[in-house]
Design a protein. Structure first.
Lengths: 315, 305
């Protein structure tokens, strides 16, 4: 198992380097390079030249990449033009709020999706299964922004039960002080994730139900409930960990839209603004952070998998 | 989502017996039967057929002006002249639904096909050649998967003017990864099969082996991934349109109509919100039903091996 973990760590480092190379290439794909993107189309050739010298953009490509990496290793993600702040300080301010939103919706999703998936597996091809399958497909097929607006229409406009807007405030404490405002954004993000997770859980549970250990447990006279919750649930939980790691980039994409629908002051809203004003350092700095989080997350999931499941053999 | 699905797919163990030639005809019939026994799949096929007819044949019978705006008939509720009302610049909503559906479906299909071709080529080469090339190619895929696709699309869409061909390429660029992984996985087991080894021994060139012997045996997996990819592409186009990066007017797509209509959500102009939204959901659900059934049908084939 140790050689496997070492190999996975080396692989992750390579993938991380790959992420930085991709980000670096994107930065240089910009028409006219970063100078044009940041100074605008009216900048004179002299201004562009000065900018390039100041920022080292006139150096050879590989030296620039080296500089970029050394900045990254020092934890310097870049400087936002639009906000006139370092990307680090923007991240420090807005990332926790997005982590809260995404974390809550994962929590809600897992708590709902696991029993749903098991129920569907046990009642496979019965009306309950068909209904839930249909419902999860519909949930997954809704454009996120439409789903958010429909929830606002029903719960905020018609029922007056919940605020139509996410919690406002710059600190995470201010956000937590308005828990009601979190309900609709979390619900929007969760509906899509529940649809996804319960489908996965269903097929994982179906695979597990025919395994020998279930038959043995049944033969030993265990009640159906004990079999399901003590044996099936525990064995189906492990793949869910991997699933969370894998779905993180997609969920963050959903969070960008959810935050812009509910005007939730997190990273997604910041990104959307950054995209509309072409604030590339913010976009790229965030890309590196999310890439790193995903790579490290899936590494942890795999290691956990190897530790938790002795049946898994790695060649 | 595509990533999630891949873990459900089964990869046949290397060296498992190849289906006998004599049984091939009945095998495909079996797959056909399993697919059409799935009521949801048949429903999905029906919905897609109706949608294609509605969007591409509909305008031949239902003529509307979708280029010139008309400020005299703005935001009119459904009535005799406009069965689904008009939008905020006076376009007939029913006619626009057809036009918008055309580009939504075109982008969905074209991006899925492009992504499948590229992903298949990438995965087949990586899996067949193996060694360090495989390692490098798959780390590229891993790196791209670690980046949220919406971010890549956002950056690309701000660099290029978002016309329909550009959007097709941009969406395809973020959708080929799952296909590449799946095809690579299957190629790894296919390349040590007897018929591939026999072809190699007979001196057949590698390129021809991949095209003639590897890809045809992975086609089921590719088609399943492509079906899901159509659904995801239509959703991604809608998301881009909501973020203001869709094709600009007078071009139309369902996502653009929907996000445009959402501006009037508090005015009660329901005809601007529900028809386009329902069209998206129906189409995406239909493609997902078909993909799901195809995968089940394919698993029958895998069990037969």
């Amino acid at each position: 198992m140790i050689p496997y973990i070492i190999r996975r760590i080396i692989q992750s480092v390579i993938v991380l380097i790959g992420v930085t190379i991709i980000v670096f290439i994107i930065l240089h794909l910009l028409p006219g390079g970063p100078a044009r993107a940041l100074l605008g189309p009216r900048a004179t050739a002299l201004q562009v030249h000065e900018f390039n010298v100041q920022n080292g953009y006139n150096k050879p490509f590989w030296i620039q990449y080296g500089d970029y990496i050394s900045h990254l290793l020092q934890g310097n993600l870049g400087y936002s033009i639009h906000y006139n702040q370092t990307v680090n300080s923007l991240l420090a301010q807005d990332l926790p709020k997005s982590v809260l939103l995404v974390g809550l919706s994962y929590l809600v999703s897992v708590v709902i999706a696991i029993p749903l998936g098991i129920l569907q597996a046990v009642r496979r091809n019965r009306p309950v299964d068909y209904t839930l399958t249909g419902a999860s497909f519909v949930g997954y097929s809704m454009p996120v922004f439409w789903l958010g607006i429909l929830l606002i229409l029903v719960f905020a406009v018609n029922l007056h039960a919940l605020p139509p807007e996410g919690p406002q405030g710059t600190t995470i404490g201010a956000v937590l002080a308005q828990p009601l405002g979190l309900v609709l954004p979390v619900a929007t993000l969760s509906i899509v994730t529940v649809a996804q997770f319960s489908r996965f859980m269903r097929s994982a549970a179906i695979d597990n139900l025919v395994q020998d250990y279930i038959r043995t447990a049944r033969a030993n006279g265990l009640s159906t409930r004990a079999v399901l919750f003590r044996h099936l649930l525990r064995n189906s939980l492990i793949p869910i960990i991997t699933l969370i790691g894998l779905s993180l980039p997609a969920t963050l994409s959903g969070a960008v839209i959810t935050e812009s629908v509910f005007n939730y002051p997190g990273m997604g809203l910041l990104l959307w603004t950054a995209a509309t004003v072409r604030d590339y350092p913010v976009l790229l700095g965030f890309t590196v952070v999310v890439g790193a989080a995903t790579v490290v997350g899936s590494l942890l999931a795999d290691v956990l998998y190897a530790v938790a499941d002795p049946r898994v053999r790695y060649a | 989502m595509a990533l999630v699905r891949e873990s459900d797919a089964e990869i046949p163990p290397a060296g498992s017996p190849v289906p006998a030639e004599a049984g091939a005809g009945s095998l495909w019939r079996l797959i056909w039967n399993v697919f059409f026994q799935n009521r949801l799949a048949v429903l999905g096929l029906g919905i897609i057929a109706l949608m294609i007819g509605f969007c591409f044949v509909g305008p031949l019978f239902y003529h509307t002006n979708q280029v010139q705006i008309s400020m005299y008939q703005v935001n009119q509720p459904p009535g005799a002249r406009h069965p689904l009302g008009t939008d905020n610049v006076g376009y007939d909503v029913l006619g626009r639904l057809m036009l918008g559906g055309q580009s939504s479906l075109e982008v969905g299909f074209a991006a899925a096909i492009l992504a499948s071709v590229w992903g298949t080529a990438w995965g087949a080469v990586a899996g067949y050649v193996g060694g360090w090339l495989d390692a490098v190619m798959m780390r590229v895929v891993d790196s791209l998967i670690a980046i949220p696709y919406l971010l890549v699309v956002l950056i690309l869409a701000t660099i290029f003017v978002p016309t329909v061909p550009v959007l097709i390429i941009v969406i395809a660029l973020v959708s080929w990864l799952a296909t590449a992984r799946l095809v690579r996985g299957e190629t790894l087991s296919l390349r040590v099969r007897d018929y591939v080894l026999a072809a190699k021994g007979a001196g057949v060139r590698d390129r021809w082996i991949v095209v003639r012997h590897i890809v045809p045996n992975v086609i089921g997996t590719i088609v399943v991934a492509a079906t899901f990819s159509v659904a995801d592409s239509i959703l991604l186009l809608a998301a881009l349109s909501y973020l203001g990066l869709g094709p600009p007017p007078p071009a139309a797509n369902w996502g653009g109509m929907l996000s445009n209509g959402l501006t009037y959500v508090y005015d009660g102009y329901w005809w601007l919100i529900y028809p386009a939204g329902l069209a998206i959901v129906l189409t995406v659900v239909a493609f997902n039903f078909i993909g799901d059934a195809l995968r089940d049908a394919l698993e029958v084939r895998l069990q037969q091996r």
